[in-house]
Design a protein around this ligand. Structure first.
Ligand code: VG1
Ligand code: CO
Length: 543
């Protein structure tokens, strides 16, 4: 028999965070570490005998090794078929699409998203369910519980599958289909967007630049933007997925995509710039001379989505994560549709999308998406922007300014304190929780606290409750600061402070963001004692 049962001992640190389990590569390389987690996933699921499992990853260091393990373990555990992207490649949104299109039981996606890759950098494993979306908390909790008691795993004792050749293989009674990672996804995009209008825009001299950051979107962007839409060759930068992302963080923000930002701010800048992250689910949008904050981008896309064929009938509702700015709320109000506020992490959008309550979703962390898949989708956002630009024939800058003029501007920034001592970070959050009851009515200069709470989410579809999702302090007039600890960091703790101020007056829409938020930033430090408790004088990353 080719199936082996291997005795193992549990690890106790395999708690899946906001999007799966993320650890340094050497942690994953410990004996049985990846195997334990994969077996814990299978042990937490029921009814997959003979079913299809989708497997793919963002191409980072250790991707191929874990893909081989996952294939052999899927076979040993009784899956009937595995669909795996050629070269082990599948972007997160493309994996979501493959799961849905093939009515697969679920999928295993190997990625640590925007975290760096390489022999001493980050790796990750996440499980997606049959709707194509991240596993809900009920499942991730079960997986974690299982990792703590696991004593054996099953694996097929067979040769590696050749991942570089598309085609069908049989291993230990299971079929493995190595598939083109791009084709299905590109076809879906053609259904949603007016490719002809976008092609015409590009043929008319509209210049774009897309930075794939040496990560997974390269092959997708090359095929869609250059080959199918006719963007000039060379419009897609860093399009070869590299195991170490060329030594960079594949994080599309103003720090790690600095070169793109500078290109877009130059006098001879292209018309439209964008970037995506390690696994292709995030997007950064920069017009000539203007960076569009992800929160604004969500609001703008929602307000203009009807211009794309896939959304011509309008939206059922908009969902945003709690820390995301309220810009989208104003659009929902104007459109007369529902607005749902969820905890951070895409998994909370799944129920709303499945129930038809929301059509478009977004997070302040550069994630936007819709009901076309059940993950956020970087290239989707880029294509929706291009479709809108092709129809409106105005610049990004003009479109954003008009949006602010009609809805008001939500000045917004996130301050991250990375690799903070975990105890200090937990102490800071505990201290904030202790203050909650005393804050309402308190005055800080011109600012008065209206309400303060620890965000809890009541899922309107399955009635599940998720508590402790971030401290919100709301001030009179609609300003806000939010504090939470990251669930995706791999060393120490990361404190995220989200700062927002609403400005209705169009005459005051040109203030520098950090300046516009200065008083709130100072109050955030006063209430949370950030400097004193973390020992940091300033954030590691400001976005
Ligand atoms: C971060 C972001 C969150 C996002 C998550 C996964 O989580 O804040 O909005 O959903 O990453 O994104 P956290 O817990 O570190 O704040 V990705 O692109 O890693 O799949
Ligand atoms: Co990502």
């Amino acid at each position: 028999m080719t199936i082996k049962t291997v005795t193992t001992a549990p690890y106790t640190d395999q708690k899946p965070g906001t999007s799966g389990l993320r650890k340094k590569v050497p942690v994953f390389q410990q004996q049985n570490y990846a195997e334990n987690f994969i077996q814990a996933i299978f042990d937490s699921l029921e009814g997959f005998e003979g079913e299809t499992l989708v497997i793919g990853g963002d191409g980072r260091y250790y991707n191929r090794e874990v893909i081989q393990l996952a294939i052999k373990m899927a076979a040993a555990n009784g899956f009937g078929r595995v669909l795996v992207g050629r070269g082990g490649i599948l972007s997160t949104p493309a994996a979501s699409n493959v799961i849905r299109k093939n009515r697969a039981f679920g999928g295993i996606v190997l990625s640590a998203s925007h975290n760096p890759g390489g022999p001493t950098e980050d790796f990750g494993i996440k499980y997606n369910i049959g709707n194509g979306g991240p596993a809900p908390e009920k499942i991730t909790d079960a997986i974690f519980a299982r990792t703590k008691t696991i004593d054996s795993y099953k694996i097929a004792d067979v040769e590696d599958v050749n991942l570089d050749l598309e085609g069908t293989h049989e291993i230990a009674g299971m079929t493995v289909n190595v598939i083109d990672p791009v084709a299905d996804y590109a076809e879906l995009m053609e259904q949603l967007f007016d490719f002809e209008a976008i092609s015409d825009l590009l043929a008319g001299g509209f210049r774009i630049v897309f930075d794939a950051m040496s990560a997974v979107t390269g092959p997708y962007a090359k095929e869609i933007l250059e080959n199918r839409l006719g963007a000039a060759k060379g419009s897609v930068l860093n399009f070869m997925p590299l195991p170490d992302f060329g030594g960079h963080h594949p994080d599309p923000n103003l720090v790690h995509a600095r070169a793109l930002y500078e290109t877009m701010m130059a006098d001879d800048a292209p018309d439209f710039g964008a970037a995506s992250d390690g696994d292709g689910d995030r997007n950064l949008i920069i017009g000539r001379g203007i960076f569009v904050t992800p929160s604004d981008s969500l609001a703008l896309l929602a307000a203009n989505a009807h211009l794309a064929p896939g959304y011509a009938q309008g939206l059922a509702g908009i969902a945003r994560s709690m820390p995301t700015s309220g810009a989208a709320d104003r659009v929902a109000e104007k459109l007369g549709i529902g607005l749902y506020e969820t905890p951070t992490g895409w998994k909370f959008f799944g129920n709303l999308l499945d129930a038809g309550l929301a059509t478009i979703c977004g997070e302040e962390s550069a994630g936007t998406g819709s009901n076309h898949v059940r993950e956020k989708d970087g290239l989707w956002a880029v294509l929706l922007w291009l479709n809108i630009l092709a129809v409106r024939k105005e610049s990004v800058l003009d479109i954003v300014k008009q949006h602010w003029a009609s809805f008001g501007r939500n000045y917004y920034s996130r301050h991250d304190y990375e690799e903070v001592d975990s105890e200090a970070a937990n102490g800071l959050m505990a201290n904030l929780r202790d203050q909650l009851a005393t804050l309402p009515g308190k005055r800080f200069g011109a600012l008065t606290v209206e309400t303060a709470d620890d965000f809890a989410y009541n899922d309107p579809v399955d009635q599940s409750v998720s508590r402790n999702q971030g401290i919100r302090i709301l001030f009179e007039g609609g300003s806000r600061v939010v504090f939470r600890l990251s669930g995706t960091g791999t060393s120490g703790a990361t404190l995220r402070v989200y700062i927002e101020r609403y400005e209705p007056d169009a005459a005051r829409h040109d203030i520098d963001t950090q300046e516009a938020l200065a008083d709130l930033i100072a109050v955030a430090d006063e209430i949370a004692s950030i400097k004193a408790r973390t020992g940091r004088q300033e954030p590691s990353v400001i976005t």
